[in-house]
Design a binder for this molecule. Structure first.
Ligand code: 9MR
Length: 372
């Protein structure tokens, strides 16, 4: 190679590498950097979808969702209260729309959720007789799981059946059906949806006591010869207090049961809160300091959030293969449930995209893990 051409060649290689590592654009096209592509070989990247997003009423979300995510969970519209409002009446409109929207955009749907004590329809809460409640329980699972078999990729068959100490929550299901109800839910789902992945989902089940209860529950299902394919750790955590050791231990222990491990409702609370978890019945009172950042998150906290997300994704990457999906609980900060819980009307910043759908430093820190 002659002396004139060599520096030119060197320059073009440098420019190509700079473009490649700039964190803004892919080199091969003008496509923005996308979570689902960057982590394609590692695990699925999901988001919760709300009604507006499913109906494509939100133009910016309509662009961002298929660009960034290859998996999605309906935030509310497949919960019993909405999909099964009366004994003999199922309302599939939004669930069908979700399925067709996701099919069109190559997004796998995780149905959420067949059996949960919360957001039950009024008629179900009023059922007195054990026999009628059993019929409701079985019909509900059979009808919905069979309708969507092959259309949704997976189901959270049972959600949040455990207390913090690992004992069974005294839900209406436990009271009416006894503590085999979880196994029975999976047995019924398995028969109705043989082509669908079946998961147990909970929050704080990375914590040792609750994890032990969760493992006992899973073993019980397995020893009854019933299929369970995965366990969801919701991942509603707090800034600066991500329980990385417990999360790592949980991935190892759950995977040792032969299950896929998923982080199913990931968000990081940056506002003051005096308890951990996601029990929707828990509330806090408004005080003068409960909404400290109505006009934007200070840079120092923005950075802390970026560091927390990077530590989490570093751990997820260490266990890729065992960790099969990471789902954020919402598309952008403005759409997060944490703006309204446990105190209404706060301005929260728990996700990777800001209120204008723009990537935050936390997005860049997560992407940067794959660019090292
Ligand atoms: O994000 C959901 C919010 O819009 C609902 O009002 C709330 C009430 O049921 O449920 C939220 O989602 C929950 C999920 O279904 C199960 N885990 C905890 C989530 C946050 O509360």
């Amino acid at each position: 190679m002659n002396l004139i051409k060599f520096p030119l060649l060197l320059l073009s290689i440098c420019m190509l590498m700079a473009a490649c590592f700039s964190g803004k654009k892919n080199t091969t096209s003008n496509e923005p950097v996308s979570l689902k592509n960057v982590f394609k070989k590692d695990f699925g990247i999901g988001t919760a979808l709300n009604t507006e997003q499913i109906q494509e009423k939100d133009p910016k979300a309509a662009v961002l969702i298929p660009q960034q995510f290859n998996m999605a969970t309906p935030e509310n519209i497949m919960k019993a209260e909405i999909i099964h409002p009366q004994w003999d009446n199922y309302n599939y409109e939004l669930a069908d729309k979700m399925v067709s929207y996701c099919e069109k955009n190559n997004i796998k749907v995780n149905g959420h959720t067949l059996i949960w004590h919360s957001q039950l329809p009024l008629f179900a809460r009023r059922i007195q007789s054990v026999d009628s409640f059993k019929t409701f329980f079985t019909d509900h699972i059979k009808t919905i799981a069979s309708r969507y078999d092959g259309k949704v990729y997976s189901w959270d068959v049972v959600n949040e059946a455990l207390n913090e100490d690992g004992t069974m929550r005294k839900s209406v299901f436990l009271q009416k059906l006894g503590d085999d109800f979880v196994t029975e839910a999976f047995r019924t789902a398995q028969a109705a949806a043989p082509n669908t992945q079946l998961y147990y989902n909970d929050y704080n089940n990375e914590q040792p006591a609750k994890r032990a209860g969760c493992i006992a529950l899973i073993k019980k299902i397995q020893s009854a010869g019933v299929r369970i394919d995965g366990v969801g750790i919701q991942g509603h955590w707090h800034l600066g207090r991500i329980p990385l050791k417990d999360i790592e231990e949980s991935i190892i222990q759950y995977a040792a049961l032969g299950l896929q491990v998923m982080f199913t409702e990931l968000d990081i609370e940056v506002l003051p809160r005096n308890f951990q978890g996601a029990d929707v019945s828990q509330r806090m009172n408004t005080t003068a300091s409960s909404n400290p950042y109505p006009n934007g998150l200070p840079d120092s906290l923005q950075q802390k959030l970026a560091d927390d997300y990077a530590s989490l994704f570093k751990l997820f990457l260490k266990y890729k293969g065992k960790v099969t999906r990471v789902t954020f609980w919402g598309v952008n900060d403005g759409q997060s449930w944490l703006n309204g819980w446990p105190i209404r009307g706060r301005t929260n910043y728990p996700l990777l995209f800001d209120r204008n759908f723009l990537p935050k430093p936390a997005f860049n820190s997560v992407i940067a893990l794959k660019r090292k």
